[in-house]
Design a protein around this ligand. Structure first.
Ligand SMILES: [Zn+2]
Length: 132
């Protein structure tokens, strides 16, 4: 079990990462947009347990701030994934081909998320860094 202090430290860490998230996702999306094409209206940051990102038909990209606890390449994969939905609003072969054209190693990132997604929180993050 964790002490109250450890839980507090984890919560503070999550709040700090969440604060940093909008600027980071905006920067990564701007970086990849010339490669994926498409056009988005705005980016929002959310906190969901199981969803890493989404793309609405109105061009709103949403990202889970917990991705900031993941390796940068994995965060980038989710950004590229949602950017490709601006062109293909489905998971067709065309969609995956587009993802692969920008990020040939996307399957590794996809698997990493499946296997480690549940570790993307303040407690696990601090533990991995030996700070708990
Ligand atoms: Zn998708």
């Amino acid at each position: 079990m964790y002490t109250r202090e450890q839980l507090h430290l984890a919560a503070v860490t999550e709040a700090r990462y969440r604060e940093a998230a909008p600027a980071l996702f905006a920067a990564r999306a701007a970086h990849y947009l010339p490669l994926t094409g498409g056009h988005y209206e705005r980016i929002t940051v959310r906190d969901q347990k199981t969803r890493w990102g989404s793309c609405s038909s109105k061009g709103t990209l949403s990202f889970n701030y917990r991705l900031l606890f993941a390796p940068p390449r994995v965060l980038d994969y989710v950004v590229v994934h949602e950017l490709c939905h601006l062109t293909y609003m489905n998971h067709s072969w065309d969609f995956w081909n587009k993802v692969a054209s920008v990020m040939p190693d996307y399957l590794t990132c996809k698997r990493w998320l499946r296997d480690h997604g549940s570790e993307l929180n303040g407690l696990c993050h601090l533990q991995k860094r030996g700070q708990l």
